[in-house]
Every structure is written in C-alpha cells, then in structure tokens.
Ligand binder design. Structure first.
Ligand SMILES: CC(C)(COP(=O)(O)OP(=O)(O)OC[C@H]1O[C@@H](n2cnc3c(N)ncnc32)[C@H](O)[C@@H]1OP(=O)(O)O)[C@@H](O)C(=O)NCCC(=O)NCCS
Length: 196
C-alpha cells in the first residue's frame, strides 16, 4: 500500500535525498519551501505504508511531484521516484493525482520540459499520452542541454480509471495550499504491482 499526501517540511530530508539521486542539478530545500507556499503550486509525496520491507520504514517518502495549476494549464515542474522503487507504477500514481487536480479545477492541458537525454522520463510521459511539441535549446545547465517540451490534452477518460477518492478539490477553495488540515488531503492507493 502506498498513500499520497500533501508535502510538508518534515518530508524534505527524504525528498531532497531522492532529488539528489535523481537529478544532476537538484532543487534545494529553499526551492521546495517556496513551492509549498505559492497559491498556484501543488506539492505531493507518495509514501510507503505496510510495505513489509525491512530496508524501508513505513511512511518513508517513495516519490514526489510538484506542479503549478494556473490559467487553465498544469505545468509539471518536478517529479521523481526513489531509484530502488522505480518501474512499479508510483510515478503513474503521482501523475494521476496531477491529472485529477487539473480536471477538477477545469484545466485541460498539461505541459512540461524534460532533458533531451532523459529517455526514461520521455518514455514515461509518452506512454501517458504526452506529445513532444518543441525543443528549447540549451534550456538546462549542469550540464548544458536542450529541453524537449511535451504537452498533454487532458480528457476525462484519462482519470476515469483512478480508484482513489478525490483529495485535491478542497484545495481550490483555499487561498493557500498549506492552510488545510492534513487529513483532508490524504488518500490511500492500492497498487497491485507494488511489493508486498
Ligand atoms: C521518470 C520517473 C519519474 C518514472 O517513475 P516510475 O515510478 O519508475 O514510473 P512508472 O513505474 O509509473 O512507469 C510507468 C511507465 O513509464 C515507462 N517508463 C518508466 N521508466 C522507464 C524506463 N526507465 N525506461 C523505459 N520506460 C520507462 C514505462 O512505459 C512504464 O510502464 P512499465 O513499467 O509497465 O513498462 C523515474 O524514472 C524517475 O524518478 N526518474 C528520475 C527523475 C526524472 O527524470 N524525472 C522526470 C524529470 S522531467
């Protein structure tokens, strides 16, 4: 069992550890802290629960995502899963939460940039239905690299299979993401292909 929660400052040590393992130019604690306060920003973590694995404690952060939902569009800024937990559908779960948030707020399009060399991520997005729409020359540094821009037109069909209850909608009635009681944004996801 894995669960998705709103990211809090207490999650940041584990989030930053995954970020360091995942990116050559990782986000800093300060960057995550800013995102947790911006009204248009969403930050979530997916955590282990009842995993039964000895090498990970229940409640450990397995992955996370950050996106902006503004002006009818979702811009995915950061998404990563711990290297030892990849290819188990966790990023897919995070993406479902993003698409649900988009649909429930009336946003119909998602976009993102990805390093040209990041073939696993490009394949992950392509499988979800994203199409590559443009290249931004030397968009990244450390190392310098082009960005591939990817876009997804979000349809209801894409989230109709989500078996999780909505948890993001109440956020849109709040001016700040972090003013809500934590329990209100908690959900449980049972992933059939996750380790028992
Ligand atoms: C990209 C990333 C988030 C995917 O996370 P994940 O939890 O492993 O993804 P999922 O298990 O949900 O994968 C869903 C599908 O995406 C595709 N995919 C994911 N990783 C892949 C890989 N390494 N190679 C090829 N396809 C891949 C597959 O089609 C996969 O389905 P399958 O496992 O049934 O074949 C993860 O590899 C990661 O954290 N990478 C480092 C950070 C990063 O690059 N983030 C994106 C920045 S733009």
């Amino acid at each position: 069992m894995y669960r998705i929660e709103e990211m809090t400052p207490a999650d940041l040590p584990q989030v930053l550890a995954i970020e360091e393992l995942s990116f050559t130019n990782p986000w800093t604690r300060g960057m995550f802290m800013v995102e947790m306060t911006l009204p248009q920003s969403r930050t979530i973590v997916i955590k282990t629960g009842d995993s039964g694995k000895k090498d990970r404690d229940d409640g450990d952060v397995a992955g996370y995502a950050c996106w902006w939902n503004v002006s009818g569009e979702v811009h995915i800024l950061d998404i990563a899963v711990h290297p030892t937990l990849r290819r188990r559908g966790l990023a897919g779960r995070l993406m479902e939460a993003i698409l649900r948030d988009a649909r429930e707020s009336g946003s119909e399009r998602a976009f993102l940039e990805v390093r040209a060399s990041n073939l696993p991520a490009r394949e992950f997005y392509r499988k979800l239905g994203f199409t590559e729409t443009a290249t931004r020359k030397k968009y990244y540094d450390k190392p310098s690299e082009d960005a591939i821009c990817m876009t997804l037109e979000i349809t209801t069909k894409m989230i109709s299979s989500v078996d999780c209850p909505s948890f993001l909608t109440p956020l849109h009635n709040s001016t700040r993401w972090d003013t809500r009681p934590k329990s209100a944004c908690f959900l449980e996801c049972s992933c059939a292909n996750l380790p028992s």
